[in-house]
Write a protein that binds this ligand. Structure first.
Ligand SMILES: [Fe+2]
Length: 208
């Protein structure tokens, strides 16, 4: 289909992310089962519930534009899920598997952050503030999910997966470890805030 306008591009991307989220529901169920650390499994289960809500929100966005919800195969998500599976199948131990799962999930989150950032900006440019608000709500959830994964990875799981366990050593010897964990969380959120802003800024500059 030829994309003749920003509206066409918006609908094209909306269908892509709608399919991506539906693929992700299936993948997250498998990822939660595959995770060996309890906190990682909980994080996947929590994001699974959130993703189901995001699918409903996308259906409302379709309605905002008088369209029937319809997906268009997201090849990127298919590829990311496939690569994640390969890493999982090759991991020799549980901690390495968990670190690989986090990496796979973060790649997905960053893809979604870019997509929702563009869609929210385009919805606003197309004059649909309700749709823009819904898309920004999901964008905030995706950034939050990414920050949580950062905190899990940097706080413990990466350290257990490899011999260079410096962050974990620091965490165990400095204070109660909790503030260190939270510190990483905040750093992750800051990075994500910047990434999201860049995405929005870039789509603002799109010469359309
Ligand atoms: Fe999502």
């Amino acid at each position: 289909m030829k994309l003749n306008s920003l509206h066409d591009l918006f609908v094209h991307e909306l269908r892509d992310i709608y399919d991506a989220e539906r693929q992700l529901v299936k993948a997250l169920r498998k990822m939660a089962k595959a995770a060996s650390a309890d906190d990682l499994r909980n994080a996947f289960e929590e994001h699974l519930a959130q993703t189901e809500g995001q699918i409903n929100r996308l259906e409302s966005v379709f309605e905002e534009f008088d369209l029937k919800p319809k997906g268009r195969t997201c090849e990127a998500m298919k590829g990311m899920v496939e690569e994640g599976k390969t890493v999982m199948d090759s991991a020799a131990d549980e901690a390495t598997g968990d670190a690989g799962l986090i990496a796979a999930a973060q790649k997905v989150e960053h893809y979604e952050i870019a997509s929702y950032g563009c869609l929210a900006t385009w919805a606003r440019q197309l004059g649909n503030d309700n749709a823009a608000r819904l898309l920004r709500e999901t964008l905030a959830e995706e950034k939050n999910a990414d920050a949580k994964l950062n905190a899990l990875a940097e706080g413990r799981i990466n350290a257990e997966a490899g011999p260079t366990a410096e962050p974990a050593k620091e965490m165990r010897t400095q204070g109660d470890g909790r503030s260190e964990h939270n510190g990483h969380h905040r750093a992750g959120e800051e990075e994500n805030k910047r990434a999201g802003e860049m995405t929005e800024a870039r789509s603002d500059m799109a010469p359309i």
